[in-house]
Design a protein. Structure first.
Length: 75
């Protein structure tokens, strides 16, 4: 059982990552590889089940070739 609930903002960022991957027609495994992340870790981030560190956000943003602000839209 989790001690604390994952903040809503983390879930929104995860949804934004998922949406951007879909919009760009990318494969999750390729984004994970380009971000130097385990595919399961990226999936947990996309589902809003795990909090991401700033280093991981930066790597994901670079892999998606987007401005960092796009990850935070709707927050």
């Amino acid at each position: 059982m989790r001690k604390t609930e994952v903040p809503e903002s983390v879930k929104i960022v995860g949804k934004n990552i998922k949406d951007i991957i879909k919009e760009k027609g990318l494969k999750v495994r390729h984004v994970a590889h380009d971000s130097d992340l385990d595919i399961e870790a990226l999936r947990r981030y996309m589902l809003g089940k795990q909090i991401m560190g700033i280093d991981k956000l930066i790597r994901i943003g670079k892999a998606l070739n987007i401005e960092m602000s796009e990850l935070f839209r709707e927050i």
